[in-house]
Ligand binder design. Structure first.
Ligand code: URA
Length: 198
């Protein structure tokens, strides 16, 4: 077993046993799973969503429902293989009724996302939706450059980290394309920039 896999397992075990989490009781009482993430621990690209939905919490896998289908299609359109990337969320448990994550939930789970990023040390972080964009831009000192997602989508921001220079690319959340169909084309157009960042 590699060191990275061991570290990831530690993160998973801590989240699974996080009885102090605001979403712990909800997970247990519904028989849901925590959703840690999926993919390569050596990924060049890390994709970060908001929080698991119902399908994800039932299966313990990120982006395996309707939004995941759109994400898969958009990834395929630019030739990125899901097995080569890492996909996770800020919040690791499903919020009731798929509501937006609360600040205390982001505060509870954010440090686990931070550790996952430190373990993988990606070159590119792709944020899906405004919650992930805000969290990651703030975390990497780009808080003064934050714009509404309608302006920021598809732009490439670069910043220095302890593990080297990285690019941050905010994208619309794939779930938005379920309700607004033309957004799928926007996503496909925006994802093309990732090919220049390989
Ligand atoms: N939406 C998200 O933000 N994450 C998932 O894993 C699924 C849907």
């Amino acid at each position: 077993m590699t060191g990275k896999t061991d570290e990831m397992k530690k993160v998973r075990d801590e989240v699974v046993n996080l009885t102090t989490s605001p979403l712990y009781e909800y997970r247990i009482s519904n028989g849901y799973h925590a959703v840690l993430g999926e993919g390569s621990h050596d990924a060049h690209f890390v994709f970060i969503g908001e929080a698991p939905g119902k399908n994800e919490a039932e299966q313990g896998r990120p982006f395996c429902g309707a939004a995941g289908k759109i994400l898969d299609e958009v990834l395929q359109s630019v030739g990125i293989n899901r097995a080569d990337i890492y996909i996770t969320n800020i919040v690791k448990d499903r919020p009731p009724q798929n509501r937006d994550p609360l600040p205390e939930e982001i505060k509870a789970y954010g440090p686990f996302l931070d550790r996952q990023i430190d373990i993988i040390q990606p070159k590119v972080i792709v944020t899906l939706g405004r919650y992930a964009m805000n969290y990651i831009m703030e975390k990497f000192g780009l808080q003064f450059e934050i714009e509404p997602i309608s302006k920021a989508h598809g732009k490439v921001y670069t910043t220095k980290t302890l593990f080297g220079d990285i690019s941050i690319v905010p994208m619309y959340h794939p779930a938005a394309a379920i309700y607004t169909r033309e957004l799928k084309e926007t996503l496909k157009e925006d994802f093309k920039v990732l090919k220049q960042l390989t």
